[in-house]
Design a protein around this ligand. Structure first.
Ligand code: HEM
Length: 95
């Protein structure tokens, strides 16, 4: 296993949780701008737009720090399992 892998996995797990409320807030402020689903009553259009614009940078940053290491680790796992020789079960199903 690569030395960096535990750090990359930590990055995936730490960024996954703040991403959840951030994505919801991004959607909510987006819908508040257009007044859809009654979210226009939650906050006025100008405040929604200001918040929505502010959320772009942290959302993109967290999404990159979450998905790039996640994809990298998944590809590593994928290559490892593909290289592994088939299990010999002598005619019996594995397990
Ligand atoms: C904004 C959208 C996303 C949100 C809200 C989100 C949220 C989360 C959360 C909460 C976790 C659990 C973290 C933990 O175990 O503590 C997680 C794990 C994970 N996410 Fe995401 N995620 C998003 C996008 C993505 C994308 C685009 C990818 C890339 C393909 C991805 C790949 C993964 C993987 C592979 C794990 C499992 C990590 C492990 O091995 O434990 N996620 N995500």
């Amino acid at each position: 296993m690569h030395k960096l892998n535990p750090i990359l996995l930590k990055a995936v797990r730490w960024t996954g949780w703040p991403l959840l409320p951030l994505v919801l807030a991004f959607l909510a402020t987006g819908y508040a701008i257009s007044g859809r689903y009654g979210l226009g009553h939650l906050l006025d259009q100008q405040a929604a737009l200001t918040l929505h614009k502010l959320l772009h940078a942290p959302l993109l940053l967290l999404l990159l720090v979450h998905s790039i290491p996640a994809i990298y680790l998944a590809l590593q796992r994928w290559n490892r399992t593909r290289k592994r020789p088939a299990v010999r079960t002598h005619g019996h199903p594995p397990g």
